[in-house]
Design a protein around this ligand. Structure first.
Ligand code: SF4
Ligand code: SF4
Length: 355
């Protein structure tokens, strides 16, 4: 039976929960190459809650060091076109300092590997993902406009460097296929341990909005499907309706059924938790609902003129070239938009809403 740890924590005492996670999910680290991957969506302040909090990364690095001697690499591939922005994202989020000198720009060294030919025959993967003996994934407890939630499985999408992520969004072409694609990326190298920063989570229009939620927990597991099922349930979402969890189960990666999950601690259902605006349609496999998602959402990414600074990041990073600068703010071409929500993810001013 898969186990999921649910442990109370605050950032100032997060070590206790992290140590407990390593006690429950034992790893032999001595002499091994360990890759630690936080969720670093983009450069932002730690208190914005967009990335894994540096206190969590620091506690994990301390713990791994104490189990050594080990070789440690800390890294991620933030955003979509991130080659120059990797160091900047780690510095601003406080994750560079928390890495204690183990940070590497993992986007600089990659290798081509076979992929699901339904999407693309091969993808480029950061080499450390293939080289590491042990991978420890540190997702953030957040909502996501396209996948409803971002947790253990979605965090592995950052194994892919740079612009390729945007291209794959375009190749997927629909929310349902994107759900399936993230599982194919995850399967390229399943991490060995997941420790989720759920001390402060994000609800509503995630993964980069200002709706933060005090949760006060660290979650952990060695099974991503069980862990994501617990996150979904805490958010008030039926895990069995999430296409990426359905596909992960079909692929033999685990089960989201509660009877097959042992909770170590107390499951906390978050009352009135705000799911992303279109989650009803996004989680459904029903073709009509998916069509509705497309037709509705094409009109949804909208820049708020009061917040937009006209920086053009969303236009530069839209994988479908669906955005262009209109009268001071970006406008979306409804026929080109593939409903990927990348514009909302990258907007530094949180100006794009998906009402
Ligand atoms: S406009 Fe936004 S949601 Fe539409 S394709 Fe571009 S980045 Fe994706
Ligand atoms: S990224 Fe945000 S602030 Fe920049 S142009 Fe687009 S909507 Fe405006």
């Amino acid at each position: 039976m898969a186990k999921v740890m649910v442990h109370p924590a605050a950032y100032k005492n997060v070590h206790k929960a992290v140590v407990r996670a390593f006690e429950l999910f034992t790893l032999k680290l001595k002499g091994k190459k360990v890759f630690i991957k936080p969720n670093v969506l983009r450069a932002s302040e730690p208190e914005e809650g967009i990335v894994t909090h540096p206190a969590v990364l620091r506690a994990v690095v301390d713990q791994v060091e104490s189990m050594g001697p080990v070789s440690i690499v800390v890294g991620d591939n933030p955003g979509l076109f991130s080659y120059g922005a990797n160091e900047e994202a780690f510095k601003r989020t406080g994750l560079m300092e928390a890495s204690k000198g183990y940070y590497q720009n993992i986007g600089n060294d990659s290798q081509q590997v076979g992929f699901n030919p339904d999407f693309i025959p091969s993808v480029s993967l950061s080499r450390i993902v293939l080289d590491a003996d042990i991978i420890i994934s540190l997702p953030k407890f957040k909502t996501h406009g396209l996948t409803v939630m971002t947790g253990a499985i979605k965090n592995s999408y950052g194994f892919l460097p740079g612009a390729q992520k945007a291209r794959l969004h375009k190749i997927a072409g629909s929310p349902e296929r994107f759900h399936e694609m993230i599982v194919d990326v995850f399967r390229l190298r399943v991490p060995d341990l997941f420790i989720v920063d759920a001390v402060v989570g994000m609800e509503g229009n995630g993964p980069a909005c200002s709706d933060l939620r005090e949760i006060g927990l660290i979650l952990a597991s060695d099974n991503a499907v069980a862990l994501d099922a617990v996150i979904a349930s805490m958010m008030g979402c039926d895990p069995g309706k999430l296409r990426f969890l359905q596909k992960a189960k079909e692929a033999g990666l685990g089960d989201y059924g509660h009877s097959g999950i042992e909770i170590i601690g107390r499951l906390k259902r978050l009352r009135g938790f705000k799911l992303p605006p279109l989650s009803g349609e996004a989680i459904s496999r029903n073709e009509d609902a998916q069509a509705r998602l497309h037709s509705k959402t094409i009109m949804r990414p909208q820049a708020d003129p009061d917040l937009c600074t006209g920086c053009g990041s969303c236009i530069a990073q839209c994988p479908a070239s669906a955005l262009s600068m209109g009268d001071r703010i970006p406008q979306v071409d409804q026929d080109k938009c593939i409903v990927c929500f990348c514009c909302q993810e990258v907007c530094p001013a949180k100006a794009i809403s998906l009402k």
